[in-house]
Ligand binder design. Structure first.
Ligand SMILES: Cc1cc2nc3c(=O)[nH]c(=O)nc-3n(C[C@H](O)[C@H](O)[C@H](O)COP(=O)(O)OP(=O)(O)OC[C@H]3O[C@@H](n4cnc5c(N)ncnc54)[C@H](O)[C@@H]3O)c2cc1C
Ligand code: SF4
Ligand code: SF4
Length: 341
């Protein structure tokens, strides 16, 4: 019987600024008692009820899936992997971030029935407001391509919709490293309340990540107030030694990293994993030429999905990968300090 409840999560993770905002606790809470609020979104909140704390019914689900209780470390800079390749989409993906490889692999998987849903983050292209979504068709997935840096949505909260409401059982999750760590916690858990989620996730694609930014701070504060830039005037955001903004009129603007520092989410400041070492496939731009995605294939499952996309022509493998460049950025991130509890 678990004696842990959201109270332990609150004390050990929320109140110590460790929360990554992954949303795993929100997804698995059987009482739907954990939520993010618009006012304070650096960590979840409890709606005042808890099976364990209120009624003494054994639960502990939220605590068990949280990747920030243990602060997973080690496993080398890039983690275990089978191969590292450079790839680009063989299909048209207008909004792709790098080579469109992530969309290409998953579009092929949806079309061939290897998965029945993708849980990921999209946004409202007019406001740039992020949202967790469940996508079930390749056309919809292609429309949602691109990276979201302004983030305060609990991504894995959409897993509850996918598993309980839509009854999906062959789910691919796209997530930042913290999200992939939470999925690894789910898969390692023997808790009956968590098993339906763990068993329904077939593939995990992790995106390389240095940090994410609070939406209100970045979009309403820095973009609108400091640069008089409205979100609908932005076509694309990209992290390139600063935040490179491509405007809808074609003009470019780079905001230096030091100006963005105040908008970095608290939980990112202690995060040490660049390349999503817990994923089946990790994807990033660093290490590959412009227009290509670097793919780190880590598991047999990941290999199967990549091979299927190559066979259908959705994915093209071309060019070399600069592994030293990836290791160098990974080393910088790994050097971030982990505060004592
Ligand atoms: C916050 C953030 C920081 C990043 N930092 C780096 C970095 O420092 N170095 C680097 O090399 N690469 C970084 N990346 C990865 C890079 O931006 C691309 O996502 C990656 O190269 C894959 O490109 P693609 O063209 O294959 O993806 P696409 O084909 O464009 O597909 C991207 C998919 O990811 C989903 N997605 C977008 N944002 C999120 C999100 N926040 N959470 C979960 N799913 C999401 C989209 O819905 C889409 O399905 C970062 C990505 C993000 C979101
Ligand atoms: S890191 Fe994830 S699981 Fe842990 S408290 Fe934050 S949102 Fe919940
Ligand atoms: S830096 Fe990226 S992976 Fe780490 S907590 Fe922040 S969003 Fe998650």
């Amino acid at each position: 019987m678990s004696e842990k409840s959201y109270n332990d999560l609150m004390r050990e993770v929320w109140e110590t600024d460790r929360c990554s905002g992954c949303g795993a606790c929100i997804a698995v809470c059987p009482a739907d008692a954990l939520i993010f609020t618009a006012e304070e979104n650096s960590h979840p909140h409890n709606r005042s009820y808890c099976k364990e704390a209120t009624d003494g019914v054994p639960c502990g689900a939220c605590y068990e899936v949280c990747p920030r209780v243990k602060m997973i470390q080690g496993r080398g800079l890039l983690g275990d992997y089978r191969s590292i390749i450079s790839a680009t989409a063989g299909i048209e993906i207008p909004h792709r971030q790098s080579g469109g490889a992530v969309t290409a692999i998953l579009a092929d998987a949806l079309d061939t029935g290897m998965i029945d849903a993708v849980v990921t983050v999209s946004d409202d292209r007019f406001t740039l407001k992020p949202k967790s979504v469940v996508i079930t068709s390749s056309g919809e997935l292609i429309a949602h391509a691109g990276s979201r840096y302004a983030w305060w949505v609990p991504l894995l909260a959409a897993l509850k919709t996918a598993v309980l409401d839509k009854k999906c059982r062959k789910i691919a999750v796209i997530g930042l490293p913290c999200v992939t760590e939470a999925v690894a916690e789910m898969k390692a858990s023997g808790n009956d309340l968590i098993l339906p989620y763990a068993r329904s996730i077939r593939l995990v694609i992790g995106l390389f990540c240095t940090e994410t930014f609070d939406y209100n701070h970045l979009v309403q504060g820095i973009f609108q107030q400091k640069y008089q830039l409205k979100p609908h005037q932005i076509r694309k955001l990209d992290m390139k030694k600063g935040l490179l903004i491509t405007k809808t009129d074609g003009d470019l603007l780079t905001i230096p990293l030091k100006e963005l520092n105040e908008a970095v989410r608290p939980g990112c400041r202690i995060c040490t994993d660049l390349t999503a070492r817990s994923a089946d496939i990790s994807a990033g731009s660093i290490g590959s030429d412009s227009g290509y995605t670097t793919l780190i294939i880590r598991s047999g499952t990941g290999e199967t999905f990549v091979q299927s996309a190559i066979a259908s022509g959705a994915l093209l493998i071309e060019g070399d990968v600069d592994e030293k460049a990836i290791e160098s950025l990974a080393a910088k991130k790994a050097a971030r300090g982990i505060p004592k509890k």
